[in-house]
Design a protein around this ligand. Sequence first.
Ligand SMILES: Nc1ncnc2c1ncn2[C@@H]1O[C@H](COP(=O)(O)OP(=O)(O)OP(=O)(O)O)[C@@H](O)[C@H]1O
Ligand SMILES: [Mg+2]
Length: 250
Amino acid sequence: MTTSTSPQEILLEIKNVNKNFGGLQAIDDVTLDLPAGVITTLVGPNGAGKTTLFNLITGHLIPSSGTIHWLGKPLKGFQPWQVARLGIARTFQDLRLYSQMTVEENVMTVTERSSWLWQGGRKAAEQRVTEILTETQLLDKRHERAVDLAYAERKFLSLARIMASEAKLWLLDEPASGLDPRSFDRFVTLLRDYAKRGITICIIEHNLDIVIKLSDRVAFLDQGKLLAQGSSEDILKDPHLAAIYFGERA
Ligand SMILES: Nc1ncnc2c1ncn2[C@@H]1O[C@H](COP(=O)(O)OP(=O)(O)OP(=O)(O)O)[C@@H](O)[C@H]1O
Ligand SMILES: [Mg+2]
């Protein structure tokens, strides 16, 4: 691991960001900081704007107004590949693996992209791939094609790719959806371990069990607005937010 960050440094600052799609305000005046080493969970009902917020950070979408700063510098005008190169990596709801490539090749395409990081050269990068495949329990599947993996294994491969990116900030879009309980526990342990090593994680998650086990902090979005942020206990016990989340709004 090459990443090290001092605790509580603000990595990403989202200030008064808005995003309109025609008449729809998908993000409505959102202000949110992501401090280093903290696991923030974004929760909210379907269509709340969670993925849109990720897309705005990563340059897949451009804010209608407002600013996003990375380590104090504006991200305005950056293409997704430039944002990735700054140290912000993401996964997608639909995974976007290279389905015909092997497990190992899927991870190596990421280490090759960040080869400028590998002072130890190709050998160091290969060692890192082996380490990552061991951590994600995919080592014995390294020569299988991604398309032939079981669902949970594909989710872990998506995580393996982000581990290989050496990014400081991981944006994970529903990475645990559909995992069985045993995979859940492995997944939570792995993310907690990386957070301890200094990785900052922002995760979109619908599974409240994972939200409770994983989050240092929860941010609740609804209809594009950041309605609340706080500990998982505070947010999940709030009857007003629960009513919104479970679709029982007045
Ligand atoms: N490119 C786009 N063009 C038009 N509307 C969009 C676009 N992307 C998202 N939207 C709309 O913006 C709103 C927020 O969508 P978004 O995908 O961010 O929600 P979400 O919180 O990630 O939901 P889910 O939990 O279902 O993934 C939705 O109404 C969606 O239909
Ligand atoms: Mg989404």
